[in-house]
Design a binder for this molecule. Structure first.
Ligand code: PMP
Length: 355
């Protein structure tokens, strides 16, 4: 017999995260983590927190982290929200700003979590197709009857970025709803909309320390926006958990944000490796979508993506394969690792492509 809760459980369509194998040491090029260690200053700050003080609750407001972020973007602390990974920030924004009526607009090919949040909050997605070159077309975002718009810039898994003028077009075309710009990968070569926060009260910029700051392990994300939008997120957060970020993560995140020299250094290394890797992958026959991120979206015209994914895994290299989905099912998303890891990828691909 079907019971109310069994139907409910069946209707929950969970997000399937990228593989995080615990058994064997892989070259991990599948979940867009940084191949570099976090800032040494962040490591020192976290180590200092491990001790007697852990008996105390963390600062519920994350004041030191908010101040560090506000300073780095030349904003006020009341324009900054911090959460347990940008996934949590996105979840709160979806609940607070998009649920309860009209559909939510986002690209048909983008971060797959949006559909999951939409499902959880009963929001209908209004999918706006990317064009044949995987570009977002800003004019497709006008005359919408929606509860909000999400723009991922640069987009994932394609890696393509929009110029600020295009984001401004979308902001101006949707003045009465929140336009959330997910900038998880912005530090690898795109322009941030953080500079527009004072001009657009409907702009919510979401970023993470998981990628360019090499701190996926401590789960810290943040939003920048008008104080009213930030206040709304604070109310929601406090209703679920007043302490979303632990003491160790708060200390490490604040130190990492302050260490802009280190951020620049590891982003530049990643970008240089990306450009070299693109040349090498193209020499092996891959079509690569131009990337402004720490990954590339790659397709081999003669080799099926699933076969390549499995063969690479057998060789100890994990990349992201999305299953047999329209348009992206023949692509692999490959995170940019160190030069050595990318050389190992090229060597493995050479032998796989020969076979
Ligand atoms: N946005 C995008 C576009 C992403 O790819 C990711 C990472 N998978 C996130 C948000 C979430 O990142 P985190 O929760 O680690 O901050």
């Amino acid at each position: 017999m079907s019971r109310f809760w069994t139907d409910k459980i069946a209707s929950l369509d969970p997000y399937v995260p990228g593989e995080q194998p615990q058994d064997k040491k892989y070259i991990k090029l599948n979940t867009n983590e940084s191949p570099y260690a976090p800032s040494p200053k962040a490591l020192t700050a976290m180590a200092a927190e491990v001790g007697e003080r852990l008996r105390l609750y963390p600062d519920p407001n994350g004041t030191a982290l908010k101040n560090a972020l506000a300073k780095s973007y030349s904003l006020n602390a009341d324009q900054v929200f911090v959460g347990n990974g940008s996934d949590e920030v996105l979840a709160l924004a979806f609940m607070g700003y998009f649920a309860g009526g009209k559909p939510l607009a986002f690209a048909d090919i983008t971060y797959s979590f949006y559909k999951v949040y939409a499902g959880l909050y009963g929001i209908d997605p209004q999918l706006i197709p990317l064009d044949e070159s995987f570009d977002i077309v800003p004019t497709d975002y006008q005359d919408l009857d929606v509860s909000g718009v999400v723009v991922t810039n640069p987009n994932a898994p394609t890696g393509k970025a929009l110029p600020l003028t295009d984001i401004e077009y979308i902001l101006n075309a949707n003045p009465n709803v929140v336009v959330l710009v997910d900038e998880a990968y912005v530090d690898f070569g795109a322009q941030s909309t953080a500079s527009l926060v004072n001009q657009y009260p409907n702009l919510l910029v979401v970023q993470t320390l998981s990628k360019s700051r090499a701190l996926a392990g401590i789960r810290v994300g943040y939003a920048l926006g008008h104080p009213d939008l930030i206040e709304g997120l604070e109310r929601l957060k406090n209703s679920f958990n007043s302490y979303p970020i632990d003491r160790i993560a708060l200390a490490g995140a604040a130190a990492a944000v302050e260490d802009e020299t280190y951020l620049k250094e590891i982003c530049e290394k990643t970008i240089a490796t990306r450009e070299k890797s693109i040349i090498e992958l193209e020499a092996l026959g891959f079509n690569i979508v131009p990337s402004s991120t720490n990954f590339v979206f790659a397709m081999h015209p003669e080799k099926d993506a699933e076969t390549l994914y499995v063969a690479l895994k057998d060789n100890g290299i994990l990349v992201r394969y999305f299953g047999k989905k329209p348009r992206i099912g023949n692509h692999l998303r490959i995170t940019i690792g160190t030069d050595e890891e990318m050389a190992a990828l090229t060597t493995a691909l050479k032998s796989v492509l020969k076979g």
